[in-house]
Design a protein around this ligand. Sequence first.
Ligand code: FES
Length: 106
Amino acid sequence: MPKVVFVEASGTQHVVEIAVGESLMQAAINEMIPGIEGDCGGLCACGTCHVYVPQDWAKACGEADELERGILEFSFEVNESSRLACQIGMSLELDGMQVMLPKRQY
Ligand code: FES
């Protein structure tokens, strides 16, 4: 199965196998990765699954839609690499991607 590495703000890394089609948020919740809250269950409504996607991987993740961009406006320390992990579906193209977690979600 393809893998994504979740990197906490402290630098601690978590390698997670994710089935193709599953969201990064759901996989992180299943593995109890610290720092991913996923309060709305993936409905793109809470912004508590904020991650930073490195520029090299951004294209493979697809573009954030208007709703996602709107929710991200309320997330903590947003920058141009910010994405909501519930809106990124795993694909073979994303195998090996590292995503960084913010210091906190609120
Ligand atoms: S889980 Fe709520 S916006 Fe992603």
